[in-house]
Design a protein around this ligand. Sequence first.
Ligand code: AMP
Ligand code: ZN
Length: 139
Amino acid sequence: MSPETACIFCHIVAGRAPAAKIVETEHALAFLDLFPSTDGHTLVIPKRHYENLFEADEETLPEVHLLARRVARAMRQALAPDGMMALQLNGAAAGQTVFHYHTHLIPRRAGSELRIHGREQADPAHLAALAARIGAELE
Ligand code: AMP
Ligand code: ZN
């Protein structure tokens, strides 16, 4: 089986798996994390499958990160967090669990616990409403 066939994010890109999508461009997609660390936890990915930063290509990587900036700004408008964590993990030893490149955007409140991964699955209806709220603030 090719990595793309087994990859949950490739299934989301292709519309074969559900996700609370915020926005997509030609080569990039932003959607809410199903196990959010905080409310609004978002992932920004290339539509093309590659595993990590080492494999990233020059065509899509800038687009992914420009979309991350655009979505981060919309999240700041919609959620008014005190800060925003933007981070990206490479390899299981670094904590990567889905092996399709992605940047996490995690809105944070002052003094809240520093965590990358959430423990509970979010309510899909809540995620859909949140995606619409963030999407409404996109420029
Ligand atoms: P990482 O550990 O950096 O590879 O992060 C992978 C992220 O993907 C985690 O925060 C998971 O909660 C998230 N995740 C896994 N499956 C899904 C899914 N089907 N939809 C949305 N987010 C997911
Ligand atoms: Zn993939």
